[in-house]
Design a binder for this molecule. Structure first.
Ligand SMILES: Nc1ncnc2c1ncn2[C@@H]1O[C@H](COP(=O)(O)OP(=O)(O)OP(=O)(O)O)[C@@H](O)[C@H]1O
Ligand SMILES: [Mg+2]
Length: 500
């Protein structure tokens, strides 16, 4: 039996009226990866914050190597060897790999500031030992997402971390990068580190974790060896009900006969994309897939006027248009939900309600006056449809869980009246239950005549929502498929460039 590394016992945490965690017991073993899963708002990040000392529980204890860990004390947790890696890096982009790794070390310690040469040697040895290939002098801001994760892992190791917590580390990574991260995690485990791993991508859990714990409404609903579980069992425990399959509901929609909402003709941007030709019909969901670096996001930004194309033509409702700025696009009835929703778009200090109606001000005002009734109705509808938890209009957005913040943002667009809607990776960070809801909402929109583009790397998502699929590689459209006549392996072949 593996050695017990960390034991959380009877943890409780309440915020106001919301019991976020009740009686959580969880054990991490040295050399093993333990997955923590659950719907948005289930309490996963709060649990992580208790272990890092960022949040103090109301009651309960955490034992590390058989000793009680002082709770609510980040310094103590760090000193005891608990480190955390988040979805968005906590690094200073302008500083080098080396400076980021040694930052925060006490000057007298092995990696401290006193002797630059000795320090460089120590960091070099550490990276070698863990097979992390990083150039010490490169500013961290120039590294890829997975390399930044590796810097964070190196940093944790330099602090002698023996427990590493990862809160949705792969949400910003491509498939190849995820594989790379998994190799790093394997190595951590081989060296006896205990890893706690949070993700909404259940395939990852089965790939990387030996143990899994399911949280629902702040309670442990299931804790078992991954080998004894199936995906279906896991989902049942997460949702407390069976997942209503969205199915491949894209039946033969006769969209070809519908008017063309958006068309690109020979769209070209130097060194980015070229020869882009496609049309999007009213009532159609078009998925654009491909590898990271295929320039899908860049194409969407061009269409929306953020970074316009150099040449070619965009037509909206069969008329040539000039889109040089996002405002031009918005005036034409185009909506765009960007991939990196973390940075922009939410007013964190304001309530769910205010954030929800932000893009529908026209609908909730009359002659410059707010219509409280309409406003309330709209907000309630949005909270219900998007399954936002807690369902309280006045709740500040900054206190929502990561996934629920996403839902507020997405809901604005899904329930607005945009006629052409572009969504870039809409379900990253969103739990499996709500994903299905979002797919249903997208289909509803399309049925009402909205033309939808979904950029997605998630094959299951593509096959669930698309009427038609475009595959991009190196800035070009390399394949087009109708949903009816394509298999996953055909799409994957096109994505990786094996198309004839
Ligand atoms: N500082 C806070 N004040 C009030 N409520 C909070 C605070 N932090 C978290 N909560 C609430 O605690 C609950 C659990 O949030 P948590 O972030 O732990 O969820 P999660 O499981 O990580 O979800 P996700 O998958 O969306 O990241 C949510 O209902 C959230 O609104
Ligand atoms: Mg979270």
């Amino acid at each position: 039996m593996a050695e017990v590394k960390l034991q959380a016992q009877g943890l409780h945490k309440r915020y106001g009226a919301i019991q976020v965690l009740s009686d959580i017991n969880l054990t991490l073993y040295a050399g093993q990866t333990h997955a923590l899963v659950g719907s948005n708002g289930a309490g996963k990040s709060t649990f992580v914050k208790i272990l890092t000392g960022a949040v103090a529980p109301d009651s309960g204890s955490v034992m590390l190597d058989g000793r009680a860990l002082p709770l609510g004390d980040p310094q103590a947790a760090l000193k005891a060897g608990i480190a955390c890696i988040y979805q968005h890096p906590h690094l200073i982009p302008e500083l080098s790999v080396m400076d980021n790794i040694v930052m925060g070390h006490h000057p007298t310690r092995r990696f401290g500031w006193l002797d630059r040469k000795a320090q460089r040697k120590a960091v070099g040895e550490l990276l070698d030992k863990h097979d992390l290939q990083l150039d010490l002098e490169t500013p961290v801001g120039l590294l890829s997402s997975v390399q930044q994760k590796e810097v964070e892992i190196a940093k944790a190791l330099s602090l002698d971390a023996s427990v590493i917590l990862m809160d949705e580390p792969t949400a910003a990574l491509s498939r190849a990068e995820v594989d790379k991260l998994f190799r790093s995690i394997d190595q951590l485990c081989q060296r006896g580190v205990a890893v706690l791993y949070i993700s909404h991508i259940l395939d990852e859990i089965f790939h990387i974790a030996q143990q899994v714990t399911v949280l629902r409404d702040g309670q442990v609903k299931l804790s078992a060896a991954t080998a004894e579980l199936t995906k279906a069992k896991l989902v049942d425990a997460m949702l407390g009900r069976e997942l209503i399959a969205v199915g491949q509901q894209a039946e033969a929609h006769a969209t070809a006969s519908r008017p063309v909402a958006l068309e690109c003709r020979a769209l070209h941007k130097h060194n980015v994309f070229s020869d882009i030709n496609f049309s999007l019909h009213s009532g159609e969901i078009l998925c654009i897939t491909g590898l990271i670096g295929a320039k899908r996001t860049e194409l969407m930004r061009a269409i929306f006027g953020v970074d316009p194309a150099d040449s070619g033509e965009i037509r909206v409702w069969d008329k040539p248009v000039r889109i040089r700025h996002p405002l031009d696009a918005i005036r034409l009835g185009i909506g765009f939900v960007p991939e990196d929703r973390h940075r922009d778009g939410l007013f964190l200090d304001l309530s769910i309600g205010v954030n929800a109606i932000m893009s529908s001000l026209k609908r909730v005002t009359k002659a410059g006056l707010l219509l409280p009734g309409t406003m309330q109705r709209l907000v309630r509808q949005q909270i219900a449809k998007m399954e936002i938890m807690p369902p309280l209009p006045r709740y500040p957005v900054k206190h929502l869980s990561g996934g629920n913040q996403q839902k507020v943002q997405l809901g604005r667009w899904l329930l607005g009246d945009t006629k052409i809607l572009i969504l870039d990776e809409p379900t990253i960070g969103i739990d499996v239950g709500t994903k299905a809801t979002i797919y249903r909402l997208l289909r509803e929109l399309a049925t009402q005549g909205t033309a939808v583009i979904v950029v997605s790397s998630d094959m299951e998502e593509v096959l669930t929502v698309a009427d038609r699929i475009l595959v991009m590689a190196s800035g070009r459209i390399v394949a087009t498929f109708g949903r009816q006549d394509v298999t996953q392996s055909q799409i994957l072949a096109a994505v990786s460039g094996e198309v004839s």
